[in-house]
Design a protein around this ligand. Sequence first.
Ligand code: BMA
Length: 340
Amino acid sequence: MNRVKIIGEPLKSIPWQEKPDHYEGVIWRHDQNPITPRNPTQKTGRIFNSAVVPYNGEFVGVFRADQKHMKAFLHMGWSKDALHWEFSDSEIHWKDEEGNPDDPYYAYDPRIIKIGDTYYIVWCTEFGGGPSLGLGMTKDFVNFTRLENMCLPCNRNGVLFPRKINGKYYMLSRPSDTGHTPFGDIFISESPDLVYWGRHRKVMTRGGSGWWQSVKIGAGSVPIETTEGWLLFYHGVASTCNGFVYSFGAAVLDINEPSRVLFRTRDYLLTPEMDYETTGFVPNVVFPCATLTDSETGRIAIYYGAADTYVAVAYTKIEELMAYIKANSELCPGDRGIVR
Ligand code: BMA
């Protein structure tokens, strides 16, 4: 029998807790959630939707911090165990490629990939009067260089694949408008150099019989390379008489042609249930932006924003999750499925 494997580095120090006895889901929460408090630093009121990576035997993160004037910026964080974090009280300052200051007007929902010795950070940035996707890089998490924005306005939820595929970079994104938006589908674009993007394809559409993802969907954490395809956690939004509810599910995209969806969960994998997910600045939000993975054990730690107020962690294992996704998959009408 072929065992499902994560293709990537081992990470012995990944945060981990075993699944609680009698728990039925395939994703279970860290029992000390949330891992960030309110008012985590003097200047900031809430830290949530954030990205973490292993770095020099410990961990660093680029965190979405809503400061006390309520504008969002990216703040650095450092941790020995990826659960207890120390945050910078001041936002990251960027320089352009000529070395001139180039700070965004606002910045939120970062994702990080590492290619070679360079970390690339994608975030939602102000551009020409609307949200778009900012891109920057760092090698040391001290000096940050801003590169060309990746899209015209308006766009959100930009996620890069962690390696080139057939010689090209790939990005998932969700074209949108300036607000809470009738655009709700995930697109993919490719680039030879992270500057020029094209060959756009719609990959996944909102809707189907899973009503949790009926209003909009957006790529969540950086896709995880596995022997079965790219594993993508993504958020889905439902509309209720009390506002939006953000849950998350997962999809598997073809390894060589990631514009094609192989499997996609009909039901959510995690939906707001705990107090820290249902109560906060924006109630009823779970919003994944990062994972840590250990290729040796198949362990995955998922970092998600809770209620636009906290960072929380959940766990799963690749074999159990992949088996669940395959057994409970339903593509939505309009998804770019596989040609058989
Ligand atoms: C989305 C983004 C996220 C946020 C979510 C719920 O549009 O702005 O940052 O977590 O709304 O408020």
